[in-house]
Design a protein around this ligand. Sequence first.
Ligand code: S3P
Length: 765
Amino acid sequence: MLFEQVCIIGLGLIGASLAQAIRDRQLVGRLVAVDRHAPSIEAAIADDVIDAGSDSLFDVVAGSDCIIVAVPVKTVGAVFKDIEQTMRQGLIEEDGIISDVSSTKLNVVEAAKEVFKQLPSGFVPAHPIAGAEQSGYNARRSNLFVNHSLIICELKTTDPEAIDKMANLWEGVGATIMKMGVEHHDAVLAYTSHLPHLLAFNLVEQLASHDDNMDIFRYAAGGFRDFTRIAASDPVMWHDIFIANKPALINALDEYSKYLSELRSLIVNEDSTQLLGLLGRAQSARKHFGHMLTSTPYTKKLTDPSNTDNSMATSNQASSAYIITPSTTINGSMTVPGDKSISHRSIMFGSLAEGVTKVTGFLEGEDALATLQAFRDMGVTIEGPENGEVTIHGVGINGLKPSKTPLYMGNSGTTMRLLSGILAAQPFDSVLTGDASLSKRPMERVAKPLREMGATLQTTGERGTAPISITGSDKRGSKLQGITYDMPVASAQVKSCLLLAGLWAEGKTTVIQPEISRDHTERMLSAFGYDVEVEGNKISVVGGGQLTACDIAVPADISSAAFFMVAAAIAKDSEITITKVGMNPTRTGVIDILKLMNADITISNETFVGGEPVADITIKSSQLKGIQIPEELVPLAIDEFPVLFIAASCAEGQTLLTGAKELRVKESDRIAVMADGLTQLGVDCTVTEDGIIIEGKGGNNSEAVFGGAEIYSHHDHRIAMSFSVASLRASDTIKIEGVETVNTSFPGFAELCNRLGMNIEVKSV
Ligand code: S3P
């Protein structure tokens, strides 16, 4: 039992719901209530919600070790006076808990000070962020607080034990505890609750005063109804709240008026770019903050925030799984979504260019959307994406504005590393954050050379991970300097980061890569009219130039095509054609490796789209053989190894991979995670420091190679998709947990697999 006896004063919606919730969960010994409205007390006793009740505190309070004041804000002071008297009369202990549920806090604390003189040690101001339009005892709901926040305002005078006890009670009824100062609470609530209610009441009033008000209400569309839903709330309660929280509310209202008049002038001036920018930012901001608060991916469905007051922050924790029943063949012709690397860069370069860039074939996956959102946050107007089309109204090389919040990169390493280069050169400060997987990945690989260029930036923790804090050049007082950097690893992200920083640096920035890595940055810089010097493995840019907008057609992603290439190769009687796949020679390592393994691959319809070579790839069932993978192919197939390990498991003989240490710092440690999964599925493999040895099981393509297993993806999209492909040679069901990250690079993956003959059921868990 959390308390011997709780006394709830006020059986309105919140008080009665709390009583019911406490009762249903049997959290306290005895529950008593006070309400001036006798029928509510009678009903609560009859419904067995409370043990005793009265219209007077003095009748029932004796023995209560917790009193919760749930009356309108205006009457809190009068109730405190009664409580103070019962204390003096010895009906309750002086150190007992006194709490409340009011939606404004400063006035409650002031009222308590006036009555008690010295604030009692058991005084715990609290506020559940929950409610409904209906009020009164009969509107009570036992689950009203489940997954809602309960704010506790910590006071110096309060005993921490009292705070813990109150927190336990609210957690017991399903709430999530948040703590904040009194003033901060009132300011936050002014913005998130009081201002929206005020606007809803005001809009109804405005329209109701029109002469043709009947027509306005008769034809009122969804917008009016949705916007004014909360104007059905209790006027007395809101009157009291508006007055009680006057300073913070007036502040919020003044700011609102300023924004409204700015919006008005955008319409008057028909400033489409700015107007679209504002509307686009607002449209995505709601969803964006929801993901940021929960560190979840963008395409993960958020609970509709309009149903509850704070579901944005709490109820999005579910993840999904694939349950895959074995299948044997896969056939058909298909396209796969746009290239992830090119999609990222199209947003970055388009934003920094002069003029309007139109992108087609844009990958509407999490990672590229994170980049898009980041540039919106920095004031760029971006239309779309819609059916792969995005229009970017470039702000020019010096046109980015500081984001008002930390930039959230979701799962995307490319966004974080490339943006670090861009932001290190900006005059303003920035903070870059990401989800759980991204927050484990090494960021010093870009931070270190950027510091050599004169940037000031800080990574987090011993392992140099996100969040990254970047100090703007204004504070630093100096521009970046061009350097020559000998890269220790063949990383396109590090190379691109430095070349991008180099656009603002004084002089020449040169990157020397130990081996060729993907060259989309170099190609796209040229497409946007920026001079890039490429001499073998040495790439240079000179700072101070401009980018000029151009149209970008994003080819299909060869990394996504790879799953179907391996699928067709390992399955029986299969043939797959993937059309218009990007064939940039710095990305085709997977084709070379599969060919070395004896895969039956044909390339046709070779052409160019937007400066990148594309072609159709046809691949048939093949008798694969194990090989030693040439090290120079590793950077050219860096993202395809997880699925190549599946191919190797189905090959005759051993496959040996070396020089692939980089795989350990991808979205997961892809060597360790793949080895675990393969072992679970019955494949022998040995992990080495920089690679893996896989004992292929061979056989003809009708024989199962894998058993069944439950595999965890470690938030890594490519792990999830690779093990899905294994189901074509499995004898039993493969369950893959944590597959929501597939949306980072391949929205619609499971649906496409099923269309081609596989059997994937997607389940929310
Ligand atoms: C990418 C580069 C590669 C790759 C990643 C995308 C890029 O990373 O793994 O998926 O777009 O530049 P590294 O540069 O770290 O090898």
